[in-house]
Design a protein. Structure first.
Length: 94
């Protein structure tokens, strides 16, 4: 479940990053054509959105990988436990 939750968080963050990239492109596509004095309005808000989405992507990927690692470690221990139980029962039953 942890890996699934992490992958959903990552997918949402990546969709948000794509939409943010489109927003940046639409906002600044005509920037080179306009005369300006070095001030670009709207960057702090868009930069904040970009930073938050990048952090969400990193956190989501971390949750995904840690969740998968924990899942595989738990499955490994379950398999080792099951193998350990089956041997003594077959020896004692003979």
């Amino acid at each position: 479940m942890r890996a699934l939750a992490g992958s959903i968080i990552t997918a949402g963050a990546l969709i948000g990053l794509g939409l943010t990239a489109l927003g940046f492109g639409l906002r600044f596509q005509t920037l080179a054509d306009k005369e300006h004095d070095g001030h670009i309005y709207g960057i702090p808000t868009m930069a904040t959105i970009l930073i938050v989405l990048l952090l969400a992507t990193i956190i989501g990927l971390g949750i995904s990988f840690l969740g998968l690692a924990y899942h595989h470690a738990r499955r490994h221990h379950e398999m080792q436990r099951d193998l350990g139980r089956s041997r003594p029962e077959s020896v004692s039953g003979a």
